[in-house]
Design a protein around this ligand. Structure first.
Ligand code: GDG
Length: 598
C-alpha cells in the first residue's frame, strides 16, 4: 500500500472520529451549563444591584497596592505584634499621642464613673497600646480626671488589668476652645471632609492650636526615657507636633497617622496656614493615611505648596534634608476581641434589643451607630427610609430603623443644627408612616457601652453606614466582626474608606436617597444563603486585616527605617541609598516574625 492510498483510506475515518468527539463534548458542555443554570445559587436571583454597585471595584485596595506577599501571610495577633516589636525594635519605647484619652473619669450620680469614649481612634489604638505596654499621652478632659491621676499626671489603665500608662495633659478652657473646638473641629475637620460644611479659620484659634501642639510636644519629651522612642502621633489635632518633637528628639521615629481624609490640593489651598501644616507633618518619619487616594492628595498638596522633592515611585517626600514615607495603612478593629466577655447568641441579642426599645418581635431591624456628626450621613439614611417606604409601601409597619447617635462636639453650632434637623426629620417621617405602637425611626441620642453596641449589631437585619465622607469607618468592621452567625447585611457608603476593603457589602451613594432606598430593599429581601456567602467573605477580610496588622505594618516600616539609619551610621551604605523611605525594604528585616508565622 502506498503512502498516498493510506492517507486516502484513513482521512475520512479520522475526520468522522474528530467530528464525533466534538459533538459529544459540545453536548456534554451544553448539558453542564443547563444543569448549572438550573441549580445556580439564589445570589443570581436577588434583586438587581443598585446603580452604585454596578461599577464596584473587582479587587480590594490591599490586593492591588503591592503589599509584600509575605506580609499578607502573617497571622496578625497581639502575640505577633509583641514578637515583631521584640525582634525588630528591641527595647524601643512606644509613645502614643492623641487628643482623646482612652479612659475618661467622670463624676456621676454613683460617684466617679469610668467611660470609654465613642471614638474610632480610641477603638483602634487601645488594644495596640495595651499589647505594647507603651505610654499614651492625651488631654485629660473628664470631670474626675485630675483626682484619679497621680502627682505626675499618670494613671495606669485599663483600671481592671493595668497594662500601660496614661499621661494626662491639662488644657485651659480657652486652649480647649481654640485648639480643639475651633481650629481642629471647625477648621480642619470640614476642610478634610466633602460634607459641604464650610471650614472656619480664625487667627486666634490658630494661635491656640500652635500653643497646644507645643504643650503636647513638651509632654512627649518629658515622657521619653530614651533618645530614640517611636512616637505614634494621632490625627488632625496634632499636625504641628511631628516637627516640634523632631526638633527636641531628632533620632525619634515619628509615625503620624491621619485618621480622616486628606482633600485635594485645591480644597486644601483655602487653609490660610497650609504651608505651616504641611511643614509640621513632614517632621514625621512615616505619614499614614487609610487609603491610597488620600496619600496621593497629600503628596499633591506638598508638591504644590512646598519646595520639596517628591518621589512618587518610592512614595516618599524629601524636604528640609529629611525624608518622609507617605503610605496607606487601612485601620481596623481588634480581632480576636480581647476584652468583651463571651457573647450570647444573636437570637438572645435580638430579643433583648427588641424588648429594650419596645419593638414588635416580627419587625426587621436596621441599625446605625455613630457619633452625631454631619459627615456620617445620618439625615441621608432617613431620607432613604422615606424613599423606601414610598416605593415599597408594603414594608410600612415591618421595618424599624434604630439609630444610636452618641453626642459629639455638641457645643458647636453645626452639631446643634444637625441634632435639630435629625429630630425634625424623624418626627416628620414617623408622623407620615407611623401608627399606634409603631415608629419607623427610633433615634437615641445617647452614648452606649460596647456590650450594648455589640448586642445591637447582632440583633440587626441590616447595618447602615452612609457616611458622606469617612477616612475608614470602624462601625462597618465592628458589625462584620460581631456577626459570627454569618447573617445580616451591611449597606456601606462608597465614600467611606472601608468600601475599599468590604466589597461584599451593598455599596451605596448616600447622596442618592432613592438608590439607597433600593439598597435597603435589596438587603431586606436578600436570601439567607447570599447573606452568608457575603458575610463569610467580609469576615475573612476583617479577620486578616485586623488592627494588629495596621499597627504591625507601620512598626515594620519603622524597623526598616531604623535599620537603615544604623547602616548609615556604620557608613556601610552609600549616601544615595540611605534615603530610608524611598527604596524597598530588605526582606530579611522581618525574618524572625515570619518564621513564627501561624
Ligand atoms: C475617625 C474617622 C476612622 C459609636 N457610638 C458609641 C461608640 N461608638 C464607637 C464605634 C466605633 C467608633 O465609635 C466610631 O468609629 P468611626 O470609625 O466610625 O468614626 P470616627 O469616630 O469619626 O473616627 C474614621 C476612625 O477615626 C479610625 O481611624 O475610621 O473615618 O472619622 O468604634 O463603636 N462607642 C461607645 N459608645 C457609643 O455610644 N463606647
Amino acid at each position: 500500500m502506498t503512502a498516498d492510498s493510506l492517507y486516502t483510506d484513513i482521512t475520512p475515518i479520522l475526520l468522522w472520529t474528530v467530528l464525533g468527539f466534538s459533538l459529544v463534548i459540545s453536548v456534554a458542555a451544553l448539558t453542564t451549563v443547563i444543569v448549572l443554570l438550573r441549580n445556580r445559587p439564589a445570589i443570581v436571583k436577588a434583586a438587581p444591584m443598585p446603580a452604585a454597585a454596578a461599577s464596584a471595584p473587582l479587587l480590594r485596595e490591599s490586593e492591588k497596592n503591592g503589599r509584600s506577599p509575605e506580609e499578607a501571610l502573617i497571622h496578625w495577633s497581639p502575640e505577633m505584634l509583641k514578637q515583631i516589636l521584640a525582634a525588630e525594635l528591641p527595647d524601643t519605647e512606644l509613645i502614643v499621642v492623641s487628643n482623646r484619652e482612652p479612659y475618661v473619669h467622670e463624676h456621676g450620680p454613683g460617684g466617679v464613673e469610668l467611660k470609654v469614649p465613642a471614638s474610632g481612634l480610641v477603638s483602634a489604638l487601645e488594644p495596640i497600646t495595651r499589647t505594647c505596654a507603651g505610654t499614651w499621652i492625651a488631654h485629660g478632659g473628664g470631670s474626675a480626671d485630675r483626682e484619679t491621676a497621680d502627682a505626675n499626671d499618670h494613671v495606669m489603665v485599663p483600671p481592671d488589668a493595668p497594662a500601660y500608662t496614661l499621661r494626662r495633659v491639662w488644657l485651659s478652657e480657652e486652649e480647649y476652645k481654640g485648639y480643639y473646638l475651633g481650629f481642629a473641629n471647625e477648621g480642619l475637620w470640614p476642610l478634610c471632609h466633602i460634607a459641604f460644611e464650610r471650614p472656619i479659620f480664625r487667627a486666634a484659634d490658630w494661635e491656640c492650636y500652635q500653643a497646644v501642639n507645643r504643650k503636647f510636644a513638651d509632654a512627649v519629651v518629658q515622657e521619653a526615657k530614651t533618645k530614640r522612642p517611636i512616637v505614634l502621633v494621632q490625627d488632625y489635632h496634632f499636625a504641628l507636633l511631628p516637627r516640634l518633637v523632631r526638633e527636641q528628639l531628632p533620632e525619634a521615629i515619628i509615625i503620624t497617622f491621619w485618621h480622616i481624609p486628606w482633600p485635594n490640593s485645591e480644597v486644601f489651598s483655602v487653609c490660610p496656614w497650609r504651608e505651616q501644616i504641611l511643614d509640621g507633618m513632614l517632621g514625621s518619619s512615616i505619614l499614614g493615611f487609610h487609603i491610597q487616594l488620600h496619600c496621593n492628595n497629600f503628596i499633591e498638596s506638598v508638591d504644590r505648596f512646598l519646595e520639596s522633592r517628591v518621589d512618587r515611585e518610592g512614595a516618599a517626600i524629601s524636604y528640609g534634608g529629611r525624608t518622609t514615607l507617605v503610605h496607606s495603612y487601612p485601620i481596623s478593629i481588634e480581632w480576636p476581641e480581647q476584652t468583651t466577655p463571651r457573647r450570647r447568641t444573636s437570637a438572645w441579642a435580638r430579643r433583648r434589643v427588641l424588648e429594650r426599645f419596645n419593638l414588635r418581635p416580627d419587625v426587621k431591624l436596621a441599625v446605625g451607630v455613630e457619633r452625631l456628626d454631619y459627615t456620617k450621613g445620618i439625615l441621608d439614611r432617613f431620607h432613604a427610609m422615606d424613599e423606601f417606604f414610598q416605593q415599597h409601601s408594603d414594608w410600612i409597619g415591618r421595618l424599624v430603623f434604630l439609630q444610636i447617635a452618641a453626642p459629639s462636639r455638641s457645643s458647636l453650632p453645626a452639631y446643634q443644627a444637625l441634632y435639630q434637623e435629625c429630630q425634625t426629620l424623624v418626627e416628620e417621617i414617623n408622623a407620615r408612616y407611623g401608627s399606634e405602637g409603631y415608629q419607623p425611626i427610633v433615634l437615641i441620642p445617647e452614648h452606649h457601652d460596647q456590650h450594648e453596641l455589640s448586642d445591637l449589631y447582632r440583633a440587626a437585619d441590616l447595618c447602615v453606614v452612609s457616611s458622606l465622607h469617612d477616612g475608614m469607618n470602624l462601625v462597618a468592621k465592628e458589625f462584620v466582626a460581631a456577626r459570627d452567625d454569618e447573617a445580616g447585611v451591611l449597606v456601606l457608603s462608597a465614600f467611606a474608606g472601608a468600601s475599599r476593603e468590604l466589597l461584599e457589602a451593598i455599596i451605596v451613594n448616600p447622596f442618592d436617597a432613592s438608590g439607597m432606598g433600593e439598597a435597603f430593599y435589596q438587603a431586606l429581601t436578600m436570601p439567607i444563603e447570599e447573606q452568608r456567602m457575603r458575610m463569610r467573605r467580609l469576615r475573612e477580610v476583617v479577620r486578616s486585616n485586623n488592627v494588629y496588622r495596621w499597627a504591625g505594618s507601620m512598626l515594620m516600616d519603622a524597623a526598616r527605617l531604623r535599620q537603615r539609619e544604623q547602616f548609615r551610621e556604620l557608613g556601610s551604605m552609600p549616601a544615595s541609598a540611605a534615603t530610608p523611605a524611598a527604596s524597598p525594604p530588605p526582606a530579611r528585616v522581618i525574618e524572625t516574625p515570619m518564621k513564627a508565622r501561624v
